[in-house]
Design a protein around this ligand. Structure first.
Ligand code: 5GP
Ligand code: ZN
Length: 116
């Protein structure tokens, strides 16, 4: 996906504050943090949303969640965190490349977040 924003971030064509990269996923700070810790974990290979995953994508989906926990511990939210994945129009997804928001901080994140 040549013109996809998060594909460009994964390729390094658009700068980001990277916090993790492995063979399957890439993670970076959200540009507009909604909480003291607000990271985005994305598959390196383009997947539009959970609405388009196939069985082949199960390893990368698992890796996204495993990395979320590791990153929360490393980035100031060791006592828990919240993962949010917005999907499609109804889910309010703005960037059409699958991404898990990993939010937290030293204090509880509060009631279910509004639009993040
Ligand atoms: P969505 O609404 O699609 O679930 O979330 C998209 C997220 O991507 C938003 O939280 C927004 O702040 C973040 N975002 C949009 N553009 C950029 C960018 O260029 N760089 C980074 N690091 N985050 C971005
Ligand atoms: Zn993409």
């Amino acid at each position: 996906m040549n013109d996809c924003l998060f594909c460009k971030i994964v390729r390094g064509e658009i700068p980001s504050r990277k916090v993790h990269e492995d063979d399957l996923v890439f993670a970076f700070h959200d540009i507009r943090p909604a909480r003291p810790m607000h990271l985005l974990v994305v598959p390196k290979r383009h997947i539009t949303s959970l609405m388009t995953v196939s069985g082949d994508d199960e390893p990368v989906l698992g890796r996204m969640l495993a990395v979320a926990n590791q990153l929360a511990e490393e980035h100031g939210s060791p006592d828990g965190f919240r993962v949010i994945i917005n999907n499609g129009r109804i889910g309010g997804q703005e960037v059409p490349h699958l991404h898990a928001h990993v939010v937290g901080g030293p204090e509880p994140v509060g009631p279910m977040l509004g639009k993040i």
